[in-house]
Ligand binder design. Structure first.
Ligand code: SF4
Ligand code: SF4
Length: 297
């Protein structure tokens, strides 16, 4: 089964993009000759909301879920971390696949819901808003395309419960697009910012501990009732995590900083900048000295 966000990572051929009015011919139902063929060979990227749904379904923490049920991967050259569903030990099949179908059907991930459609979120460099378009994935083993049921992608999304899934992962998609469109000018993120990104996006239970910690309190001036409400609601906390990441990674301030901490932070940033400038000046001086030495040879 192909993944929706980067649907054809190995293919050099760009898919034809269509909008949500496009009508597909497709039906997947029990009894079809290829039943479970797609779930026998998986390559499924998860959104942060998928992780919340699945770990809740399994009754485990996000930390346990990530460890046992996923494998991390780099979404692209900019080192944006992603997670994929881990298949069965020494195999390619999904661990939730049962003879009667998906064992977690009500909480199945976005990619499984979309299939055979792939969502392509894009943002033009001169535009702030992201736009969704779609591609159709046709794999030889999938006989669903031969069934004569016609449905517009918009209705297919409704049928598969994707409106909610996409809405609750939108903040994450925007972060990914923003990182991709900012490209090399921002440079490779530091290990610390990558860890923060991973935790806030995927490990919601650790992010909860992070928000509950005294160090967070010292830095951010978040009203107590707002914080208490966030801490008991994974979905609300996830939306806050996206907001938090926009602030710490891209400087889009929406969470008030504690005045004293803000001063301290500013002083630290200035000190760091000063050290960097000194280092750069030292390096330049050494380089020009070396060039001068070469001239005398
Ligand atoms: S989660 Fe369910 S639908 Fe998705 S690959 Fe696994 S068994 Fe198939
Ligand atoms: S019709 Fe396609 S999606 Fe449905 S079981 Fe067969 S291979 Fe999977």
């Amino acid at each position: 089964m192909s993944q929706p966000d980067i649907p054809f990572p190995q293919s050099p051929v760009l898919p034809t993009m269509v909008d949500e009015k496009y009508v597909i011919q497709f039906s997947c139902h029990k009894g079809i000759g290829c039943w479970n063929a797609c779930c026998s060979n998986i390559d499924i990227s998860l959104t942060p909301y998928d992780v919340v749904r699945m770990k809740t379904r399994l009754g485990i923490s996000s930390t346990e879920f990530l460890k046992d049920y996923t494998v991390p991967y780099e979404m692209d050259k900019d080192s944006i971390a992603g997670v994929k569903l881990r298949p069965v030990e020494n195999g390619t099949a999904c661990r939730f696949m049962k003879p009667e179908g998906c064992g977690i059907y009500e909480d199945r991930p976005t990619a499984c819901r979309y299939y055979p459609v792939a969502l392509l979120s894009m943002r033009k460099q001169d535009e702030y808003v992201d736009r969704d378009s779609y591609a159709i994935v046709k794999e030889d083993h999938c006989k669903g395309h031969e069934v004569k049921r016609r449905i517009a992608i918009a209705d297919y999304r409704k049928e598969q419960g994707l409106e909610e899934y996409d809405e609750l992962a939108r903040g994450w998609r925007q972060l990914v697009l923003k990182k991709q469109s900012s490209g090399p000018s921002i440079g490779k993120p530091t290990l610390r910012s990558r860890q923060l990104y991973f935790m806030a996006c995927y490990d919601i239970d650790r992010f909860r501990e992070f928000v509950s910690a005294e160090s967070f309190n010292k830095l951010f001036d978040l009203p107590q009732e707002e914080k208490a409400a966030l801490l008991v609601d994974d979905v609300a906390l996830l939306q806050f995590a996206f907001r938090f990441l926009r602030q710490v990674l891209f400087g889009e301030e929406s969470i008030a900083l504690n005045a004293e901490a803000a001063q301290e932070r500013l002083a630290k940033v200035q000190e760091k900048r000063l050290i960097e400038e000194r280092e750069a000046a030292k390096k330049r001086a050494m380089e020009s000295e070396a060039e001068g030495d070469e001239g005398f040879d």
